[in-house]
Design a protein around this ligand. Structure first.
Ligand SMILES: Cc1cc2nc3c(=O)[nH]c(=O)nc-3n(C[C@H](O)[C@H](O)[C@H](O)COP(=O)(O)OP(=O)(O)OC[C@H]3O[C@@H](n4cnc5c(N)ncnc54)[C@H](O)[C@@H]3O)c2cc1C
Length: 443
């Protein structure tokens, strides 16, 4: 019986543990410093806002681990002796035959003066949430630095406590490095309507002590000073690999792995946010720090470790998020700007009054659809993944749009409006409507 040790009890590590247990009797140990049990990191904001309690975030009951013979160890691995196959924690050592590194990410901090003051923090794990709960007490004004998905969650959390919130964004509009101009403007307006003071072209320069060791204000690169008794830093995350530097393990921005999630060391694997793919799967990035890719890597690696060597194949990219109450989904190749892809065209449709929008990316010559963004209209993942992988043309996709709609019954349907606008702009791509929604006529 081998001793399989996993560092990290997030979605990647826990999926690997569960899937290995389904297939083998090996001894499995999961070590993590953050919490005793696996919890859903993506729901942290709901805990803060009082919509959920901690036990709601735990997908498994506490008895599940013993029943499935998965030993949980709470502790921080300070050092790994890869030659001796041993992990060194503060008060004990653990030996392994197989090691899985699933050590996640950490929030980026860029060395701003004053970034160590109390009340200045990122949001990644439970300790961050506990600090935020303590340090937002009595706060009147807060600033969120960075405008991605965690930045907007921080705004929503702060607003839920009645705190006046300013968001600083380096780009010309909200998350414009990922969202094309129109979507970015739509969400930016929505953010402002929620009474967030969204400042574009604005970067943090320095944070100032209020005289007690906690933050009282900050200065931007344009020299403006903003009062802030709490500052949330949301300028991205990086693989949490500092403790692995200067070891025989090959790292770059993340832990380098091949398509089998193998590192350069025999018997040592890496999965989840901490991974950097040496050769990314087709149309994917070397680092993808998202929930479902961690789960997929855990599933894939479990196969390899239990005897079926399997390559990681995440399929068509997708991601989803919420900007306050607007749901966002993206599929396939959907860049913010097309400068580097002149062979692509996009069709954008928006119903501004209702804040819903869709964008379709397709090849200029063949019409093959390569990607899509949607705001406010929920789409079926299985349908879009199939359309993109089967290289359906824009005419076919438009003609079948209703099949992808996943909004609840009696929601307003927009397919007719979208197709009419598309034909007005791209008459050369004929759309054959397969089915017409009766709801489109009703609303
Ligand atoms: C607030 C927030 C919201 C998010 N929302 C979304 C979303 O809506 N959709 C989405 O796709 N993704 C979302 N993400 C990202 C997603 O949560 C991550 O991609 C995912 O949780 C990473 O899982 P993981 O298993 O790779 O690592 P993690 O969940 O980070 O787990 C790694 C664990 O390893 C522990 N660890 C690290 N080093 C050591 C060590 N040396 N010794 C012991 N333990 C160690 C860490 O403490 C941590 O608990 C969100 C992230 C955050 C922070």
């Amino acid at each position: 019986m081998r001793s399989i040790v996993i560092i990290g009890n997030g979605i990647a590590g826990i999926t690997a543990a569960r899937e290995i247990r389904k297939r083998s009797d090996d001894k499995i140990t999961v070590i993590s410093s953050e919490t005793d049990y696996f919890y859903s990191r993506t729901a942290l904001m709901y805990l803060f806002m009082g919509h959920m309690e901690y036990h709601h975030l735990k997908p498994y009951e506490d008895w599940f681990w013993a029943k499935n013979r998965i030993d949980l160890v709470r502790g921080y691995v300070e050092r790994i002796d890869f030659e001796g196959k041993a992990l060194h924690l503060a008060e004990r050592s653990v030996s392994y035959d197989v090691l899985i590194l699933a050590v996640g990410s950490k929030p980026n901090f860029f060395g701003w003066p004053g970034q160590g003051l109390r009340g200045v923090q990122g949001l990644y794990g439970m300790p961050d949430l506990e600090r935020m709960q303590a340090d937002t007490n009595g706060v009147r004004q807060a600033v969120v630095v960075g405008g991605g998905l965690i930045g907007i969650e921080l705004c929503e959390m702060l607003l839920s406590k009645g705190i006046q919130t300013t968001m600083l964004v380096r780009e010309k509009s909200y998350w414009n490095s990922v969202l094309p101009d129109e979507e970015s403007a739509l969400i930016g307006d929505h953010v402002r309507e929620h009474h967030v003071d969204l400042r574009t072209h604005t970067e943090l320069a320095e944070l100032h002590d209020d005289g007690t060791g906690r933050v009282g204000s900050l200065t931007t690169k344009t020299g403006e000073t903003l009062p802030a008794q709490f500052v949330g830093i949301a300028v991205g995350v990086s693989p949490n690999i500092d403790f692995l530097k200067n070891t025989p393990l090959e790292t770059d921005r993340g832990i380098l792995v091949n398509e089998f999630l193998e590192t350069n060391l025999p018997g040592v694997y890496a999965i989840g946010d901490c991974v950097q793919h040496r050769t990314p799967p087709p149309n994917r990035k070397p680092l993808e720090q998202i929930w479902y890719t961690g789960r997929m890597m855990g599933e894939t690696l479990a196969q390899t470790i239990t005897g079926t060597r399997s390559a990681y194949d995440p399929g068509v990219f997708f991601n989803s998020a919420k900007f306050f109450d607007i749901e966002y989904q993206t599929y396939g190749f959907a860049p913010a700007h097309l400068n580097e892809s002149p062979d692509l065209k996009t069709f954008y449709w928006q119903n501004a009054a209702r804040k819903v929008a869709m964008r379709f990316y397709f090849r200029a010559d063949t019409g093959v659809v390569v990607g899509m963004n949607t705001l406010g209209i929920r789409q079926r993942q299985a349908v879009w993944s199939r359309w993109i992988s089967e290289e359906r043309t824009i005419g076919e996709v438009m003609g079948n749009l209703e099949k992808a709609n996943f909004d609840p019954e009696f929601f307003r349907r927009y397919e007719d409006e979208i197709v009419d606008a598309f034909q007005g702009q791209f008459a050369e791509w004929r759309v054959e409507r397969k089915s017409r929604s009766i709801f489109a006529k009703l609303f």
